[in-house]
Design a protein around this ligand. Structure first.
Ligand SMILES: NC(=O)c1ccc[n+]([C@@H]2O[C@H](COP(=O)([O-])OP(=O)(O)OC[C@H]3O[C@@H](n4cnc5c(N)ncnc54)[C@H](OP(=O)(O)O)[C@@H]3O)[C@@H](O)[C@H]2O)c1
Length: 251
């Protein structure tokens, strides 16, 4: 029996990119999956690709913070608990601080930070201390250092990092496991569907991502890291070495 066989997994942000890559591999490895995002038809299509796998579609919009406790209740019921929850939904905004509206920056914080926090709070209430629960957060290199034109996105990932590092320290040895994944440049549509500072859709793929790692390879790297029980790990190309470089030379 493989590591993921029969594991009860909830992937939030499953409809494209890295999340879709995770769904594909987990379906081939016997996991029982709950898949969530806003695009219901894309999730349904994903499910039909794997008629033999156990996949349940649960549409979720993580920006609707007041609905997330009910979504967690629903999610918990499907398989009578959860083993791994991937808090992977994310949105980018790319613009200068002077060009970015506060309401757009708050939207990014809601999706990338407050959504995962609200889901986690509800999960902690459902959790049975006897059984392990693994939370997998998708952070970013910009969760470790600031990047021009990514102030709000970078802030949301820094906030995620600080919050979940603190929660890990609070819950040490309680059966709650927090894993933070730091993807490098991954070839997904995150910058295409992402926003400009005025809230309009960017529609443009950033060059670094177009030349980045395939999302299926990133998903493979994430699952490998989790199988090894890593708490925090980077997945991507040479850009991941900027983490070490930044520590010695922040400029
Ligand atoms: N690509 C990279 O280079 C890179 C690097 C570092 C970190 N990341 C992080 O990786 C994660 C996945 O992104 P990706 O690169 O795979 O991009 P992606 O293909 O755009 O995937 C983003 C996922 O998040 C979901 N999502 C967005 N807003 C949502 C909302 N309000 N409610 C629920 N789901 C929502 C999207 O689904 P719907 O649109 O259907 O809702 C989609 O499934 C994000 O957290 C991102 O910040 C990506």
């Amino acid at each position: 029996m493989g590591f993921w066989d029969k594991k009860r997994v909830w992937i939030i942000g499953a409809s494209s990119g890295i999340g879709e890559g995770l769904v594909n591999i987990l379906a081939e490895n016997g996991a029982r999956q709950l898949i969530s995002a806003r695009n219901n038809s894309k999730l349904a299509e994903l499910k039909t690709n794997f008629p033999k796998a156990e996949i349940v579609v649960l549409p979720v919009d993580v920006e609707l913070l007041s609905e997330l406790t009910t979504k967690v209740e629903e999610a918990w019921q499907f398989f009578g608990g959860l083993d791994y929850v991937f808090l992977n939904a994310g949105m980018s905004v790319r613009d200068l601080v002077t060009e970015s509206k506060l309401e757009v920056e708050r939207k990014i914080m809601d999706i990338n930070f407050w959504g995962p926090v609200a889901i986690t709070k509800a999960l902690l209430k459902k959790r049975n201390a006897e059984t392990a629960l693994h939370l997998v957060l998708t952070s970013s290199l910009s969760g470790k250092y600031g990047v021009p034109k990514l102030a709000a996105y970078s802030a949301s990932k820094h906030a995620m990092q600080g919050y979940f590092d603190s929660l890990r320290a609070e819950t040490f040895a309680t059966g709650l496991f927090i894993h933070v994944v730091i993807p490098g440049f991954i070839k997904t549509n995150i910058t295409v569907t992402g926003l400009r500072g005025d809230g309009s859709r960017s529609g443009k793929m950033q060059n670094a991502l177009a030349e980045g790692m395939e999302s299926s390879d990133c998903a493979k790297g994430i699952l490998k890291g989790l199988e090894k029980g890593k708490e925090e790990f980077a997945v991507g190309g040479a850009e991941r070495f900027t983490l070490g470089l930044n520590r010695f030379s922040p400029g």
